[in-house]
Each structure stands twice: as C-alpha cells, then as structure tokens.
Design a protein around this ligand. Structure first.
Ligand SMILES: [Zn+2]
Length: 364
C-alpha cells in the first residue's frame, strides 16, 4: 500500500472553535498514524491538533471528505450543468438517487464558497446587468425569481432569490386553489424583490463606490437602489420588449437566462425535474455560476477564455478538478446573512412543513 506524502502539511486546525484554525503561519499538531480506506487514497494520514486535541486527517481538507462515492463529485459537476436530472445521473453511475442528491448539495455549498472567495472585492469596473430569472419551486403555484447580477464580461457576480405570488392569466379554479394555498401557507412578501435586490447589489457593490446597472423597467429595482444610500448607482433601463440581440444592453443577462435554462434540468420548460425546493435551485445556480465564470468560454464559437480569465481573477481556464482541489470551510470566509442562510440550507419552502437544513457536525 502506498504511503501518503510526508511533505504535505495540514494548513490549519479544522476545528472551528480552535484558536489555531484562523492563525496564520505555523501551528502545532502531530502525526497520529494512518487509517485504511476502501477507496483511494487507500492509506490516509491522521493528525491531532496540540491545541484543541481534535483528531483529523489529510482527508479533512479534501472536497471528498466523508463521501461514499468520492469519484462522483467531478463528473457530477459536469452532469449538473449538462442538463441531466438526478435520477439520470444515478442510473449512469450505478448509485442511489439520494447519493446524487446529497453530493449535489455538497457541490452547491462548495461552489457558493468558491464564488464568494473569488468574487472581486472592489467595485466592479464594468457595467452590471440585473435580471430576475423566473422559475418555481414545489409547484407552479410558488414562483420565484432568481435575481442575477451579470457583468458585461458575462461574469456572474452574484445571485439570490425572491418569492413571488403566482400571477398571469389564471382560470377561476386556479384562483380558488391559489387562495386555498395562500390561506394555508401565507402569501409571499410583496417586498421580496426589493429586499433581495438590495441585498444582492449591496453585496457586490461595496459602500462608498459607484456602479452602472442596466435592467428592465421593474418597479422594485429603483426602490431597492434607493435603500443603498452609501453607493452611487447609475441606473439605466431598457424595455423588456426590445429585441434580445447582442446589441441590447441587457444581452449579458438574456444570455445568462438562456444558458441557465439550457444547462439545468430543473429549469427546463414543462419538466418533471423541477426544483422541489428553491434551496435546491440555489445550490444548482451556484454550480452553474462557477461553470459559467471559470470553466466555460464566453463564446462557444470563438472558444475564448471564460469570464473570470478575461477579468484577471484567475490566470487560466479552470477544470472541475481545479474547482474541487481543496475543501473550503464556511467559518474561514466572511459570509453575509443571505449567503450564510443559503449555505446552511435555511431558505424555506412555504408549502413544506419541515425543510431539512444542513446540520452535519463535521462535514460542514
Ligand atoms: Zn485545534
């Protein structure tokens, strides 16, 4: 059996409560033997932190930590942006549907942290396009907007969710059903879009800075920007009826919407793979955004560099292995309240009495 490299050093203590976890530079640990696994790496080095006495191993720092099917993670990333549904992936790899579900949730959490770690911290230097991608959770009675903030470079700066009330032309029987459901579960907050857009733009545009934002004529957007008094937002609007060509100022968002629907089985029209919870749709949006920003060319015809390379955020196009090279720990990144809730799967679905959140103690 091959022994693991002795040159690799654990970078920090993985215990969130330990003083050593955030300390820069050398920290005190010692090696504590090995354990054998059924899947590669077969022999894993164990360690103990000298400060908090927590045992851990080299696997603790791997994205495949505690996974029964560690080789599934990278192909799963490609399948989830290749419009496969969870059961189709499960059949292809000979694993259960629930394994695919759990791993796609882990991948979603990893991608949320990956996006947040690589996002430019200064004010965006390019115009941003704001758009709400309309989809639904649980049933068509519960629509929501996936609010996207995309740069002219096609880089996805961020996204979040806003619940909506089902609207449009409804048959009388549908109106009755909507009233019944709203009576039982409550009505979505009419201010949800305004609140969500404030959070999203406030996250991407730092206080005291300036940004140009292009959008359609949605009435909630100017109200959302007005709440961000410490930022100078130059808001330009284009009618959503204008032709959706590359010359349209909203083209980056229109293309992102098209790609999101093309790449994700849960957003196909008339699908049975729709998201049962919008939490699941948000995890998948994070995976899609990592793929869009770091893996995919801006133009398929030109095969040019991905948006993150064009913006100078990474030096070269990344592959799934690069994205999954190391595990990210949520307590080592500053996450705003929405990102924290999304990471921990605390975005509720109104029509479900009990929504499972992410409460694992070690595989955080
Ligand atoms: Zn420790």
């Amino acid at each position: 059996m091959v022994r693991p490299s002795r040159r690799w050093r654990p970078p920090f203590c993985p215990n969130a409560a330990c003083d050593s976890h955030a300390a820069a530079g050398p920290w005190r640990y010692k090696r504590k033997g090995f354990y054998a696994r059924l899947r590669g790496p077969r022999l894993v080095q164990r360690y103990v932190c000298r400060s908090c006495r927590r045992n851990f191993s080299s696997q603790t720092f791997s994205t495949t930590y505690w996974l029964k099917h560690p080789r599934l993670l990278a192909p799963l990333l490609h399948r989830l942006v290749g419009c496969s549904a969870l059961r189709q992936i499960a059949r292809e790899f000979g694993v259960t549907h629930s394994s695919v579900q759990r791993q796609s949730e882990r991948l979603g959490r990893h991608c949320l942290l990956f996006l947040e770690a690589h996002r430019p911290r200064a004010a965006p230097t390019e115009p941003l396009v704001l758009d709400g991608f309309r989809t639904f959770e649980h049933s068509q009675y519960w629509p929501f907007d996936l609010n996207l903030l995309v740069g002219a470079s096609h880089y996805v700066y961020g996204f979040n969710d806003a619940e909506l009330r089902r609207s449009g032309s409804l048959r009388p029987s549908q109106r009755v059903r909507r009233a019944e459901l709203e009576g039982a579960y409550g009505r979505p907050d009419p201010q949800a879009t305004r609140r969500a857009v404030s959070e999203l733009v406030g996250r991407v545009v730092p206080p005291g800075s300036h940004a140009v934002i292009e959008s359609d004529e949605h009435a909630a957007y100017p109200r959302a920007f007005a709440r961000l008094a410490s930022r100078r937002i130059e808001h330009r609007t284009t009618s959503s009826r204008a032709s959706r060509t590359p010359r349209n100022p909203l083209f980056p968002a229109n293309l992102a919407d098209l790609l999101l629907r093309h790449a994700s089985a849960n957003h196909k029209r008339e699908t049975i793979a729709f998201s049962k919870r919008r939490q699941g749709a948000l995890y998948r949006a994070a995976i899609w955004a990592v793929w869009r920003n770091f893996l995919k060319s801006r133009s398929e015809n030109r095969r040019d560099e991905p948006p993150a390379v064009a913006l100078g955020l990474v030096r070269r196009r990344l592959g799934a292995r690069d994205v999954l090279a190391e595990r990210r720990f949520p307590w080592r990144q500053a996450l705003g309240p929405w990102l924290q809730r999304c990471y921990l799967a605390r975005i509720p679905t109104r029509a479900l009495a009990r929504c499972r959140s992410h409460t694992l103690r070690y595989a955080v």
